[in-house]
Design a protein around this ligand. Structure first.
Ligand code: SAM
Length: 267
């Protein structure tokens, strides 16, 4: 990682993080640290926390990408639910967040599909590789799927998928900690995103939730962390905190459901 003066160049591991997000984090850390090495370490830690912990990188990403075209082509041969499950699971396993849903893919995405039934435009904020679940729940009336993430690799994967399944290439890089995409949707997904945004800017999760234009918003929280029981307890606390904060902010939770290790709220 080096500070070139004209901008900040992250190490290869974080080269796919949306540049304005890297610049923002660098600026925030530069204000906190006098020592360049401390600053660099802090930037790396934060990039790991917000995205590096989830997405494949380095050789894992190369292996994932190598077979991608062939795998995408093989979707043509998927003609029943069992083979769709298998096809989707391959992609969803590549990202730590969707990987946690593997034991309950059917239950989870049946629920998402029911809530989003009739939506022509769906938006997925902090999407990761979640668009690769679409073959499990996409209804025929969906005409566009807007997917946003700071990880430009995930954005590239999503657009490759959209090309194959006849949707517009509507995935785009965005730093949701500081910007709210203006496009409206019929249903919006913010799956396991709010704690990650709050880590970057206190209160940003609820703010984004209020700002996005969609009559239906699905928000979820992990109930078990990526590792460790203390972390799990802390994350359990964020779902409970969300219920309190949402109530105080006048955000009406229409329904909630625990599915495996995830708490899902429909707003
Ligand atoms: C816990 S994962 C959730 C992924 C997906 N929504 C799911 O449920 O499987 C959080 C995602 O948010 C993305 N992310 C983190 N900070 C972000 C930001 N400032 N703007 C946009 N996306 C961000 C990460 O890259 C990661 O893909």
């Amino acid at each position: 990682m080096s500070d070139t003066g004209a901008g900040y160049t992250p190490s290869a591991k974080y080269a796919s993080v949306y540049a304005p997000c890297v610049d923002r984090i660098f600026e925030e850390e530069r204000r906190k640290h006098k020592n360049a090495r401390d600053c660099e370490r802090a930037v790396r830690n934060r990039l790991y926390q917000i995205t590096g912990a989830y997405a494949p990188s380095g050789s894992a990403a190369r292996i994932f990408e190598r077979g991608m075209d062939e795998r995408l082509d093989s979707l043509r041969g998927v003609d029943n639910y069992a083979s769709a499950l298998e096809w989707c699971a391959h992609f969803l396993a590549a990202h730590a967040s969707t990987r946690e849903r593997l034991p309950v893919l059917k239950a989870f995405y049946d629920y998402i599909g029911d809530i989003c039934a009739g939506a022509r435009i769906v938006a997925d904020y902090g999407c990761g590789v979640n668009p690769f679940a679409l073959p499990l729940w996409r209804r025929s009336d969906m005409i566009r799927y807007d997917a946003y993430d700071v990880d430009t690799r995930s954005i590239g994967y999503a657009n490759a998928l959209f090309r194959r399944i006849g949707l517009p290439e509507a995935a785009q890089a965005s730093d949701l900690a500081v910007e709210t995409p203006p496009a409206a949707s019929d249903a919006a997904l913010l799956l396991k995103l709010l704690p990650v945004l709050d880590m970057q800017r206190d209160g940003r999760g609820i703010q984004l939730l209020r700002e996005i234009q969609s009559p239906v918003k699905i928000v979820s929280f992990p109930l078990s962390g990526l590792s460790g029981t203390n972390r799990a307890r802390r994350i359990d606390g964020t779902a409970a905190r969300f219920e309190r904060v949402a109530m105080e902010a006048g955000i009406a939770i229409r329904e909630s459901r625990r599915i495996w290790s995830e708490m899902v709220y429909v707003i």
